[in-house]
Design a protein around this ligand. Structure first.
Ligand SMILES: [Zn+2]
Length: 463
């Protein structure tokens, strides 16, 4: 089966140009002006559309247990929602519970994903326990294509690991070429502040934010980068939320340290006031790190523009308001942490970035697709439009107006963090390995067609 995408404007991280794209089977065969239609079995007219590599969201939590409940999207509903929004690859997190072998965690997440995923996916491994053979087992994970690990500096007693463990893991990646992703918040300080708040009867959602100050994030970012520097390894800060933390990353990068960071649409577009919404609705915005004061937002946009931040992911971790968020009605510490977003990432960053003049079109593609592919060992198979790359392609209509709402979204959750946001620019047709999976609001993919991606070690963070 050959498909010709005709008369579109091709946009990559590097350039924008008029060209046709010829797809043969699952791969891009050729990109050039005036490819004859006779060469294709099927022709898609892309006049007035942008032809971009499919989005890559490197931070999602599908079917994830948390605080006695499970995130509301599984690998089928979550990947389908992602596809509607123009994302064709996810990297989710397998969690090694304490006392569990890494291999076992990977098997559990493979089972969650297989027969369900509608787009291709990779897995990071969250390490909570570096047991006797843990360092060698990290090498074994890398050999399986799990070329990145996440460590937590927060959530003591559950996910947090100490500095010695972090340093050992970083040192191991200096040998095996994996990338450490760090949840950087000072968990000890936060825990004390949380206990104090509860003792004072401060139990509403807003205290989730009040007990996790930006300084606690900046301190941990600084420490994470320092440990990576000593270990001689790169480090990737997940969901960076504040100017304070951004300054730490920028300072390190200015010195030539291979520190990288992502932020998410919620930190670019929402602020802490959301947590003070009446009728417990603030719980819809409870996730970590918390939303910050408004003055942080333009600093983060500026960070994206100037490459102090390299990636926009979502940290998609949906919990329904009705029967999950309400678990914490009387105590903010019992609110499941997370928010939905996998479907809206491209719409929001395109509209508020490109349309508002904050980002170039090419920088947009770089942030949502190309750099994620490079850093996480998927490039040039993913994140690029070139002969030989997977035909994961979004035909983007820059003029389509869209109103974001829980009433119409495809995520399996009963609210939207961006309810009522109107954006211009939306995915019209989405191809995954040459197959049309979304077209004009209809889904043509199927559960289980998505494949596990073995990712290469020593990706872009190492160059
Ligand atoms: Zn996360």
């Amino acid at each position: 089966m050959t498909t010709l995408i005709r008369s579109g404007t091709v946009v990559t991280a590097e350039r924008t140009f008029a060209a046709d794209v010829l797809i043969e089977g699952e791969k891009i065969r050729d990109i050039a002006a005036g490819i004859p239609v006779e060469r294709a079995d099927r022709v898609i007219d892309a006049s007035n559309l942008l032809v971009m590599p499919g989005g890559i969201d490197v931070h999602t939590h599908l079917d994830m247990p948390f605080g006695g409940t499970v995130s509301a999207d599984d690998f089928e509903t979550g990947t389908r929602a992602a596809a509607f929004g123009g994302t064709t690859t996810l990297i989710d997190f397998a969690i090694q519970a304490r006392g569990m072998k890494m291999r076992e965690a990977l098997d559990i997440w493979w089972k969650k994903a297989e027969n369900r995923a509608t787009i291709d996916y990779g897995l990071h491994l969250i390490v909570t326990d570096l047991y006797e053979a843990g360092l060698e087992d990290m090498d074994a994970m890398v050999a399986e294509g799990v070329a990145s690990f996440k460590l937590f500096m927060a959530y003591p007693g559950v996910l947090m690991v100490d500095d010695a463990t972090i340093f050992k893991a970083l040192s191991q990646t200096a040998k095996n070429g994996a990338l450490i992703c760090m949840h950087a918040e000072n968990g000890g300080v936060i825990d004390v502040m949380v206990q104090r708040a509860l003792a004072e009867g401060k139990k509403a959602p807003i205290y989730h934010a009040m007990t996790r100050p930006a300084t606690a994030e900046a301190e941990a970012v600084h420490r994470a980068i320092a440990m990576a520097e000593i270990a001689g390894a790169p480090v990737y800060i997940v969901h960076l939320s504040s100017e304070d933390a951004l300054n730490q990353v920028r300072e390190a990068r200015d010195r030539g340290v291979p520190a990288f960071a992502e932020t998410c649409p919620q930190y670019l577009l929402l602020s802490v006031e959301e947590l003070a919404r009446p009728d417990f609705e603030g719980a819809k915005y409870v996730f970590t790190p918390p939303l910050r004061e408004k003055h942080h937002l333009p600093k983060l946009w500026n960070g994206l523009k100037h490459d102090h931040l390299q990636v926009v992911s979502t940290d998609h971790c949906p919990f329904c308001f009705a029967d999950q968020k309400t678990l914490g009605r009387d105590d903010f510490t019992k609110i499941p942490n997370g928010g939905p977003g996998v479907e809206n990432r491209l719409q929001l960053i395109y509209h508020h970035g490109v349309n508002q003049g904050r980002l170039s079109l090419n920088r947009f593609v770089e942030l949502v697709s190309t750099t994620p592919a490079k850093l996480f060992g998927l490039y040039p198979r993913k994140g690029e439009l070139a002969a030989g790359s997977d035909a994961d392609i979004v035909l983007w209509d820059p003029d389509e107006a869209h109103l974001i709402s829980a009433a119409t979204h495809h995520m399996r959750v009963d609210y939207s963090m961006f309810e009522g946001f109107s954006v211009k620019g939306n995915a019209r047709t989405v191809l995954s390995r040459g197959e049309i999976i979304v077209d004009k609001g209809a889904f043509f993919g199927s559960a289980g067609r998505g494949r596990f991606l073995k990712r290469a070690a020593r990706g872009g963070a190492w160059k």
